[in-house]
Write a new protein. Structure first.
Lengths: 160, 111
Protein backbone atom coordinates (compact mmCIF):
# COMPACT_ATOMS: atom_id res chain seq x y z
CA UNK A 1 0.00 0.00 0.00
CA UNK A 2 1.34 3.45 -0.83
CA UNK A 3 2.69 5.65 1.93
CA UNK A 4 0.39 8.63 1.20
CA UNK A 5 -2.66 6.39 1.55
CA UNK A 6 -1.38 4.93 4.83
CA UNK A 7 -0.89 8.49 6.11
CA UNK A 8 -4.42 9.43 5.00
CA UNK A 9 -5.93 6.43 6.77
CA UNK A 10 -3.88 6.96 9.92
CA UNK A 11 -4.95 10.61 10.00
CA UNK A 12 -8.69 9.81 10.03
CA UNK A 13 -8.88 6.42 11.70
CA UNK A 14 -9.69 7.75 15.18
CA UNK A 15 -12.62 9.93 14.12
CA UNK A 16 -15.99 8.71 15.37
CA UNK A 17 -17.54 9.23 11.91
CA UNK A 18 -14.96 6.90 10.38
CA UNK A 19 -15.52 4.25 13.04
CA UNK A 20 -19.27 4.50 12.45
CA UNK A 21 -18.78 4.13 8.69
CA UNK A 22 -16.65 1.00 9.13
CA UNK A 23 -19.26 -0.31 11.58
CA UNK A 24 -22.00 0.29 9.02
CA UNK A 25 -20.01 -1.53 6.32
CA UNK A 26 -19.51 -4.44 8.75
CA UNK A 27 -23.27 -4.56 9.41
CA UNK A 28 -24.01 -4.33 5.69
CA UNK A 29 -21.60 -7.09 4.64
CA UNK A 30 -22.84 -9.45 7.38
CA UNK A 31 -26.45 -8.90 6.36
CA UNK A 32 -25.91 -9.29 2.63
CA UNK A 33 -23.44 -12.21 2.72
CA UNK A 34 -25.87 -14.72 4.30
CA UNK A 35 -28.74 -14.32 1.83
CA UNK A 36 -26.38 -14.37 -1.17
CA UNK A 37 -24.60 -17.51 0.08
CA UNK A 38 -27.92 -19.26 0.58
CA UNK A 39 -28.94 -18.40 -2.99
CA UNK A 40 -25.86 -19.87 -4.68
CA UNK A 41 -26.82 -22.50 -7.20
CA UNK A 42 -24.16 -24.99 -6.11
CA UNK A 43 -25.56 -27.91 -4.15
CA UNK A 44 -24.55 -28.34 -0.50
CA UNK A 45 -23.80 -24.58 -0.28
CA UNK A 46 -20.00 -24.75 0.23
CA UNK A 47 -19.81 -21.16 1.51
CA UNK A 48 -22.06 -21.79 4.52
CA UNK A 49 -19.06 -22.70 6.69
CA UNK A 50 -17.08 -19.69 5.54
CA UNK A 51 -17.98 -16.51 7.36
CA UNK A 52 -16.51 -13.06 6.73
CA UNK A 53 -14.52 -11.47 9.54
CA UNK A 54 -13.45 -7.83 9.61
CA UNK A 55 -9.81 -6.97 10.24
CA UNK A 56 -10.46 -3.42 11.41
CA UNK A 57 -6.78 -2.44 11.44
CA UNK A 58 -6.36 -3.19 7.76
CA UNK A 59 -9.96 -2.53 6.69
CA UNK A 60 -10.43 -5.87 5.03
CA UNK A 61 -13.00 -8.69 5.29
CA UNK A 62 -11.35 -12.08 5.16
CA UNK A 63 -12.92 -15.56 5.03
CA UNK A 64 -12.82 -17.74 8.11
CA UNK A 65 -13.82 -21.40 8.24
CA UNK A 66 -16.20 -22.26 11.08
CA UNK A 67 -17.43 -25.81 11.80
CA UNK A 68 -21.14 -26.65 11.87
CA UNK A 69 -21.30 -27.07 15.65
CA UNK A 70 -19.79 -23.65 16.35
CA UNK A 71 -22.12 -22.10 13.77
CA UNK A 72 -25.04 -23.72 15.57
CA UNK A 73 -23.80 -22.47 18.96
CA UNK A 74 -23.37 -18.94 17.58
CA UNK A 75 -26.87 -19.06 16.13
CA UNK A 76 -28.38 -20.23 19.43
CA UNK A 77 -26.49 -17.57 21.40
CA UNK A 78 -27.71 -14.91 18.98
CA UNK A 79 -31.28 -16.20 19.41
CA UNK A 80 -30.95 -15.87 23.19
CA UNK A 81 -29.69 -12.30 22.77
CA UNK A 82 -32.68 -11.57 20.53
CA UNK A 83 -35.01 -12.98 23.18
CA UNK A 84 -33.45 -10.66 25.80
CA UNK A 85 -34.00 -7.64 23.54
CA UNK A 86 -37.61 -8.67 22.81
CA UNK A 87 -38.17 -9.15 26.53
CA UNK A 88 -37.10 -5.55 27.21
CA UNK A 89 -39.24 -4.19 24.37
CA UNK A 90 -42.39 -6.11 25.42
CA UNK A 91 -42.19 -6.00 29.20
CA UNK A 92 -45.94 -5.25 29.54
CA UNK A 93 -47.17 -8.02 27.25
CA UNK A 94 -47.49 -11.03 29.56
CA UNK A 95 -48.72 -13.66 27.04
CA UNK A 96 -45.87 -12.70 24.72
CA UNK A 97 -43.36 -12.87 27.58
CA UNK A 98 -44.65 -16.33 28.53
CA UNK A 99 -44.07 -17.55 24.97
CA UNK A 100 -40.63 -15.97 24.95
CA UNK A 101 -39.73 -17.72 28.17
CA UNK A 102 -40.78 -21.08 26.70
CA UNK A 103 -38.57 -20.40 23.66
CA UNK A 104 -35.70 -19.39 25.91
CA UNK A 105 -35.94 -22.66 27.89
CA UNK A 106 -35.95 -24.70 24.65
CA UNK A 107 -33.00 -22.88 23.10
CA UNK A 108 -30.95 -22.83 26.27
CA UNK A 109 -31.39 -26.57 26.83
CA UNK A 110 -30.19 -27.30 23.28
CA UNK A 111 -27.22 -24.99 23.83
CA UNK A 112 -26.25 -26.66 27.13
CA UNK A 113 -26.49 -30.11 25.50
CA UNK A 114 -24.21 -29.11 22.61
CA UNK A 115 -21.66 -27.40 24.84
CA UNK A 116 -21.47 -30.40 27.17
CA UNK A 117 -19.47 -32.41 24.65
CA UNK A 118 -16.25 -30.47 25.16
CA UNK A 119 -13.94 -33.07 23.56
CA UNK A 120 -15.91 -33.03 20.33
CA UNK A 121 -15.97 -29.22 20.30
CA UNK A 122 -12.24 -28.96 20.95
CA UNK A 123 -11.55 -31.29 18.01
CA UNK A 124 -13.82 -29.27 15.77
CA UNK A 125 -12.07 -26.02 16.73
CA UNK A 126 -8.64 -27.62 16.21
CA UNK A 127 -9.78 -28.66 12.75
CA UNK A 128 -10.98 -25.08 12.06
CA UNK A 129 -7.55 -23.69 13.00
CA UNK A 130 -5.83 -26.09 10.57
CA UNK A 131 -8.17 -25.13 7.75
CA UNK A 132 -7.79 -21.41 8.46
CA UNK A 133 -4.00 -21.69 8.36
CA UNK A 134 -4.41 -22.55 4.68
CA UNK A 135 -6.64 -19.54 4.05
CA UNK A 136 -3.84 -16.95 3.87
CA UNK A 137 -4.03 -16.78 0.07
CA UNK A 138 -7.84 -16.77 -0.17
CA UNK A 139 -9.86 -13.89 -1.68
CA UNK A 140 -10.84 -10.94 0.49
CA UNK A 141 -13.22 -7.99 0.36
CA UNK A 142 -11.28 -4.80 0.84
CA UNK A 143 -12.47 -1.38 1.90
CA UNK A 144 -11.23 1.20 -0.59
CA UNK A 145 -10.79 4.65 0.86
CA UNK A 146 -10.65 7.99 -0.95
CA UNK A 147 -10.53 11.60 0.15
CA UNK A 148 -12.24 13.74 -2.48
CA UNK A 149 -12.65 17.49 -2.73
CA UNK A 150 -16.31 18.44 -2.46
CA UNK A 151 -16.30 20.04 -5.91
CA UNK A 152 -14.88 16.86 -7.48
CA UNK A 153 -17.33 14.37 -6.03
CA UNK A 154 -19.68 14.34 -9.05
CA UNK A 155 -16.83 13.61 -11.41
CA UNK A 156 -15.49 10.92 -9.07
CA UNK A 157 -18.88 9.20 -8.90
CA UNK A 158 -19.32 9.28 -12.67
CA UNK A 159 -16.05 7.39 -13.03
CA UNK A 160 -16.95 4.53 -10.69
CA UNK B 1 -82.91 3.52 30.66
CA UNK B 2 -84.14 6.84 29.29
CA UNK B 3 -84.00 7.82 25.65
CA UNK B 4 -81.32 10.39 26.43
CA UNK B 5 -79.18 7.77 28.07
CA UNK B 6 -79.56 5.46 25.08
CA UNK B 7 -78.62 8.30 22.74
CA UNK B 8 -75.59 9.16 24.80
CA UNK B 9 -74.46 5.49 24.82
CA UNK B 10 -74.89 5.29 21.05
CA UNK B 11 -72.88 8.46 20.63
CA UNK B 12 -70.14 7.12 22.85
CA UNK B 13 -70.07 3.86 20.90
CA UNK B 14 -69.75 5.62 17.59
CA UNK B 15 -67.09 7.98 18.98
CA UNK B 16 -65.17 4.98 20.27
CA UNK B 17 -65.45 3.34 16.86
CA UNK B 18 -64.11 6.47 15.18
CA UNK B 19 -61.27 6.67 17.72
CA UNK B 20 -60.41 3.05 17.22
CA UNK B 21 -60.49 3.48 13.42
CA UNK B 22 -58.25 6.53 13.69
CA UNK B 23 -55.86 4.61 15.93
CA UNK B 24 -55.77 1.71 13.49
CA UNK B 25 -55.11 4.08 10.61
CA UNK B 26 -52.23 5.76 12.40
CA UNK B 27 -50.81 2.36 13.44
CA UNK B 28 -51.02 1.21 9.84
CA UNK B 29 -49.28 4.40 8.75
CA UNK B 30 -46.47 3.81 11.26
CA UNK B 31 -46.18 0.18 10.13
CA UNK B 32 -46.03 1.17 6.51
CA UNK B 33 -43.44 3.90 7.27
CA UNK B 34 -41.37 1.36 9.20
CA UNK B 35 -41.63 -1.13 6.35
CA UNK B 36 -40.57 1.52 3.84
CA UNK B 37 -37.57 2.44 5.99
CA UNK B 38 -36.55 -1.21 6.28
CA UNK B 39 -36.97 -1.68 2.52
CA UNK B 40 -34.87 1.42 1.78
CA UNK B 41 -32.14 0.33 4.19
CA UNK B 42 -32.08 -3.18 2.72
CA UNK B 43 -31.77 -1.77 -0.81
CA UNK B 44 -29.01 0.54 0.37
CA UNK B 45 -26.90 -2.19 1.95
CA UNK B 46 -27.44 -4.47 -1.06
CA UNK B 47 -26.36 -1.64 -3.41
CA UNK B 48 -23.15 -1.31 -1.41
CA UNK B 49 -22.35 -4.99 -0.89
CA UNK B 50 -24.03 -7.19 -3.52
CA UNK B 51 -21.41 -6.80 -6.23
CA UNK B 52 -18.31 -7.30 -4.01
CA UNK B 53 -19.89 -10.22 -2.12
CA UNK B 54 -20.89 -12.02 -5.35
CA UNK B 55 -17.43 -11.46 -6.81
CA UNK B 56 -15.79 -12.62 -3.58
CA UNK B 57 -17.77 -15.91 -3.65
CA UNK B 58 -16.89 -16.36 -7.31
CA UNK B 59 -13.15 -15.89 -6.56
CA UNK B 60 -13.36 -18.15 -3.51
CA UNK B 61 -15.01 -21.05 -5.34
CA UNK B 62 -13.12 -20.40 -8.59
CA UNK B 63 -16.36 -20.43 -10.51
CA UNK B 64 -17.87 -17.86 -12.85
CA UNK B 65 -20.77 -15.88 -11.44
CA UNK B 66 -23.22 -17.13 -14.09
CA UNK B 67 -22.68 -20.69 -12.81
CA UNK B 68 -23.05 -19.62 -9.17
CA UNK B 69 -25.99 -17.24 -9.33
CA UNK B 70 -29.33 -16.91 -11.08
CA UNK B 71 -29.01 -13.12 -11.14
CA UNK B 72 -26.32 -11.12 -12.88
CA UNK B 73 -23.71 -9.37 -10.77
CA UNK B 74 -24.68 -5.66 -10.49
CA UNK B 75 -22.53 -3.43 -12.67
CA UNK B 76 -22.31 -0.78 -9.97
CA UNK B 77 -21.37 -0.87 -6.32
CA UNK B 78 -22.61 2.15 -4.37
CA UNK B 79 -19.97 3.98 -2.34
CA UNK B 80 -20.53 5.05 1.25
CA UNK B 81 -19.88 8.78 1.44
CA UNK B 82 -19.06 10.57 4.65
CA UNK B 83 -19.55 14.31 4.80
CA UNK B 84 -16.47 16.40 5.60
CA UNK B 85 -15.24 16.06 9.15
CA UNK B 86 -14.78 19.67 10.25
CA UNK B 87 -11.90 18.90 12.65
CA UNK B 88 -10.08 17.04 9.88
CA UNK B 89 -10.69 18.77 6.54
CA UNK B 90 -13.83 20.78 5.88
CA UNK B 91 -13.36 20.63 2.10
CA UNK B 92 -13.07 16.90 1.61
CA UNK B 93 -15.64 14.13 1.64
CA UNK B 94 -14.60 10.60 2.51
CA UNK B 95 -15.63 7.85 0.14
CA UNK B 96 -15.60 4.16 1.06
CA UNK B 97 -16.09 1.40 -1.49
CA UNK B 98 -16.05 -2.37 -1.12
CA UNK B 99 -14.22 -4.49 -3.67
CA UNK B 100 -13.40 -8.19 -3.95
CA UNK B 101 -9.76 -9.15 -4.48
CA UNK B 102 -8.17 -12.49 -5.42
CA UNK B 103 -6.01 -12.33 -2.27
CA UNK B 104 -4.68 -9.94 0.36
CA UNK B 105 -1.59 -9.05 -1.72
CA UNK B 106 -3.74 -7.88 -4.61
CA UNK B 107 -5.71 -5.73 -2.14
CA UNK B 108 -2.56 -4.21 -0.65
CA UNK B 109 -1.26 -3.30 -4.10
CA UNK B 110 -4.54 -1.81 -5.35
CA UNK B 111 -6.10 -0.05 -2.43
Amino acid sequence: MNIILIDDIMSVIEYTEIKEAIGFLFYAVKNVYGPIVSETLINNKPMLNNILELDDNNWVFYPKYVNNTTLKINFLKQSIENIHSLKKENKDNKPFLDNLYEEYIKINSILIKIEEDTDFLENEIKNDIEINENYTDKPVIGIIFNLINQNEIKQFLSNI
Amino acid sequence: MSLNEIDSEKQNDSLNEIDSEKQNDSLNEIDSEKQNDIKKQTEHIFNICEKPVMNFISHFLSETTNILFKDDVPTFSEPLIIKPISDFDKDKVIVFQLKAFENINEYNINR
